[in-house]
Design a protein around this ligand. Structure first.
Ligand code: FAD
Ligand code: FMN
Length: 639
């Protein structure tokens, strides 16, 4: 690396220690009223300490009517300034600069939260069918003033700059996009008319904060899959107008239900957003910030090739706040890898206690309680099971100074992750296995492979604390004839241990069944996936599910729901369909993805024989990687 990323960079009057910015990430750690909380300060402090040059604090509503998320941050009144100022201080304390993203949801606001009507440039329904009211010109002028007042508050709170949220189909973007702005007046029509709202906001903010104070806009470089949406050419014109109006930079994102890499950047599409940053960079003289699954290596290249001046990193900084420090120290192998599972984004739309979580970083949003402090008394710890739960427990316990031994039955570490990494678009999970494995090695954990723990072996070892992370084993459903049929577990099929022939019937339509079907379809097999329930892949989060099902359909996989399994025969699987029709799904093999059961036999046998036992991950109940890692982390802290 030429280390361009580590060179200080100037934006307006703001001097950054490097060219890495934390992308704005709505974390839902604010209070219900949108006030700064301790949790939020800890979250940003960890990322400032981690070495990023600039933190762009998340979308913050400039008026209650624009609130789009539960527990979203609020900058709509003067009394909020002191809390925001505390947030700035914790960021500054670690040498990072702090900006804040000024946001109004427009038609994407949540009237159920705000109790106020939705407003937008045009009365077009939002995806849930709710129709906003068209803003009057007086109201638009009022909103321009609200943005400026919010910027003034940001400056008074000590922020080093403000970013106008002009992307992702929120209010400003609703004006910019021809798909959502159908106005016939001066705020609609051609690109100049549609950009007028943004231009007026920039000028009003400039008037409020004065020359030199960094102000920039985040905008879409393009809209994908939006009928009549904005093109890169539109975006180039808008960027030029924004520059003329006085911004200090352009932050280039993208948007659309079919966005290859928009605010969600799903795992399975290439991060082509770099082309958009380059496209904007060609037409402006102010710095360009690029975003979208940019690794530090890619960022270095983007800067070297002149395609961007700064890079923004989002999810990867949730997974590891220390990423910049680790890159600068050349310790790439120590970076906890984001597996792009999109769980953090799905959390924005989940009910229950608000706040995003990270599957690979248990400390996200729990920085205080998850601090790793040396153990008062180093102890002899035995971990049984080398899946993510066991490896994480061993890592954290070893970091705290315990003497840790890990036994794994198989000849390799990873547990179910080894299989989870095989289906299409799941290869980031390999990086997670590699990372955990490397950490155990570096921390001196004594890993013993091909060693199956028995109660007597554990007793003989005599651990002062025992972590059982023995995972789960796949279920075999009760279907007449199944044991005589040619059948295999999905995991075995993924690992290439079984030849299933050209036609395959998959039992179980959750994640594992559907992924295995895709894997087999890619190998040219004719696959039918069946489930008893009414919805395929129902536990797959909203960020990925529609893409996932669409891919299966495109690849010719037959999906059947509401199925009753009657009998396995040499010809295939006899079922009764949801419509009550009895038929045979012809198949050379039946692949099982019918869930799994926890393996707690060992626990029952040893729980009274060792002084302290911690149960972790799927052996408590089959769930997800994030549960195993969170519980492993907690066990490592508690020992
Ligand atoms: C194909 C597939 C895809 C998946 N995809 C996802 C996904 O996309 N996202 C997600 O969140 N989750 C996914 N999962 C589930 C996820 O992998 C598990 O939830 C997670 O691995 C559980 O971790 P764990 O450490 O508790 O247990 P495991 O990963 O099951 O590890 C347990 C380990 O203990 C070892 N062991 C058991 N008994 C003994 C013993 N007596 N002595 C020594 N060792 C022993 C086992 O060999 C195993 O290596 C997937 C699972 C599969 C099979
Ligand atoms: C949980 C979550 C919250 C986000 N919140 C915001 C936000 O408040 N404002 C915004 O402009 N983009 C938001 N984004 C988009 C990110 O800023 C970023 O553009 C995106 O995650 C792609 O970058 P990455 O691949 O480095 O994560 C959010 C993304 C996620 C996953």
């Amino acid at each position: 690396m030429k280390n361009l990323l580590w060179k200080p960079f100037r934006m307006g009057q703001m001097e950054l220690r490097n060219r890495i910015a934390m992308a704005p990430i709505t974390a839902q750690y604010a209070s219900k009223e949108g006030r700064v909380t301790k949790r939020q300060k800890d979250h940003y402090e960890a990322r400032a300490r981690g070495g990023a040059g600039l933190l762009i604090v998340e979308a913050t509503y400039i008026h209650p009517q624009g609130q789009a998320f539960v527990n979203q941050l609020n900058i709509s009144s003067e009394e909020l300034v002191s809390g925001l100022s505390e947030l700035v201080q914790v960021i500054h304390q670690h040498g990072a600069k702090a900006a804040i993203q000024l946001h109004h949801g427009g038609r994407m606001a949540r009237s159920d939260l705000t109790g106020m009507e939705l407003v937008a440039p045009s009365p077009l329904p939002k995806p849930n069918g709710e129709v906003p009211r068209e803003l009057t010109v007086d109201e638009i002028v009022g909103l321009v003033a609200l943005f400026a007042q919010a910027a003034g508050r940001a400056k008074r709170a000590g922020f080093d700059g403000v970013e106008i949220h002009g992307a992702h189909s929120y209010l400003v973007d609703q004006f910019l996009s021809p798909a959502t702005n159908k106005r016939q007046d001066a705020y609609g029509g051609d690109v100049r008319g549609r950009a007028r709202f943004l231009v007026e906001i920039i000028k009003a903010i400039r008037g409020e904060v004065g020359d030199g104070y960094p102000v920039w806009v985040r905008m879409n470089g393009k809209e994908y899959g939006v009928e009549g949406g904005a093109t890169l050419e539109d975006a180039q014109q808008i960027a030029r107008m924004a520059e003329e109006a006085g911004v200090d930079a352009i932050h280039v994102s993208a948007y659309g239900p079919k966005t290859p890499t928009n605010l969600t950047s799903p795992r399975f599409v290439p991060a082509i957003i770099e082309d958009l940053a380059e496209g904007i960079k060609k037409v402006v003289t102010v710095p360009v910030i690029a975003v979208g699954r940019i690794t530090p290596e890619a960022g270095e290249r983007l800067v070297a090739e002149g395609k961007a001046d700064l890079i923004a990193i989002g999810k990867a900084l949730l997974a590891d706040p220390e990423l910049p420090n680790k890159v600068s120290a050349g310790k790439l192998e120590d970076i906890t890898p984001c597996i792009v599972c999109m769980g953090c984004r799905d959390d924005l739309f989940r009910g229950g206690v608000p706040g995003i979580r990270c599957q690979v970083n248990a400390a996200l949003g729990r920085e205080e309680e998850c601090q790793i402090v040396p153990a008062a008394q180093p102890r002899r710890v035995l971990v049984v099971g080398g899946g993510p739960g066991g490896m994480e427990a061993a890592r954290v316990a070893a970091l705290r100074g315990h003497s840790v031994t890990l036994w794994e039955r198989e000849a390799r570490l990873g547990g179910q992750l080894v299989q989870a990494a095989i289906p299409p678009h799941k290869d980031r999970i390999e990086a997670l296995i590699r990372y955990l494995q490397t950490q155990l090695k570096k921390l001196g954990v004594k890993v013993e492979l091909a060693k199956e723990a028995t109660p007597s072996m554990i007793e003989e070892f005599g651990p002062e604390a025992l972590v059982l992370a023995t995972g789960a084993r796949p279920l075999v459903p009760e279907i007449p004839g199944l044991h005589r049929a040619r059948m295999a577990q999905a995991g075995e099929v993924l690992e290439g241990k079984v030849d299933v022939g050209p036609r395959v019937a998959v039992i179980g339509g959750e994640l594992v069944g559907c992924e295995t079907a895709e894997f087999l379809a890619d190998k040219g097999k004719r696959v039918t996936v069946m489930r008893r329930g009414q919805e395929m892949a129902s536990s797959v989060g909203p960020s990925l599910r529609a893409f996932f099902l669409e891919r299966l359909e495109k690849k010719g996989v037959t999906l059947l729901t509401g199925v009753k399994y009657e009998e396995a025969t040499p010809e295939g699987l006899v079922i009764t369909t949801g419509d009550g029709e009895r038929k045979t799904i012809a198949a050379n093999a039946i692949v099982l993805a019918a869930g799994s059961v926890s393996d707690r036999k060992l626990y029952d046998e040893v729980k009274d024989k060792v002084p302290e036992v911690h149960l972790v991950g799927d052996c408590v109940e089959p769930r997800k990687i994030g549960d195993a890692i969170a519980e492993g982390y907690r066990a490592g802290l508690e020992i």
